[in-house]
Ligand binder design. Sequence first.
Ligand SMILES: [Zn+2]
Ligand SMILES: [Zn+2]
Length: 134
Amino acid sequence: MKRLSGQCLCGDVSFTCEDNFDEFHLCHCIQCQKTSGSAHVANLFTHRNNITWLSGKERVSKFDVPGRNISTAFCSICGSPVPYLTQDSMTLIVPAGCLDTPPTMKPQDTIFWHERASWYEAGIESPKFDGFPT
Ligand SMILES: [Zn+2]
Ligand SMILES: [Zn+2]
């Protein structure tokens, strides 16, 4: 099984995991808009032990959203989302954007679509540039 590496933006938190995921969801719920500061999260789901922390585990902060089975975890230095266990500790969530090597699995669906940001579809349809607009 191929191993994937990942890290936060500052590089302080780093890990590897097997390229072995059960689910891959793009979640547009209101809480995920808050945790990402964007339109949605892109979360891979895997078994709870599928992670080897290489550095910085002690700097991972986790927040459980009250009243909803949603959490977020982030590097306490740079704020980047990093892997975490679900509230029942049965599943490891890996934010796809923190991986340095892409997973084989592709997103299987978009969830909580009715909660999507009002500007999301306009963003998808907007002009594309390879850098800042010219
Ligand atoms: Zn960091
Ligand atoms: Zn969500």
